[in-house]
Design a protein around this ligand. Structure first.
Ligand SMILES: [Zn+2]
Length: 65
């Protein structure tokens, strides 16, 4: 099984987010490439979003290679 890492696409704090220094449950995931999700209700939901986001990027890269 190949690595799920993708250069240029990381999810800070594994999907956990802070608002003014306080950890919160609901909010958007934001990839290091600048793409942002709609507000999600948990860290797990944000990690799932990022996993799908990377799959899309990878598919696009393979389609253009
Ligand atoms: Zn990204």
């Amino acid at each position: 099984m190949r690595s799920n890492r993708l250069a240029g696409h990381t999810l800070p704090n594994e999907g956990r987010i802070q608002v003014r220094g306080i950890w919160v449950e609901v909010g958007p995931a934001r990839c290091s490439c600048g793409v942002e999700s709609e507000p999600l209700k948990s860290d797990n939901a944000r990690r799932r979003w990022h996993f799908a986001h990377k799959a899309e990027i990878r598919a696009a890269q393979e389609a253009s290679a």
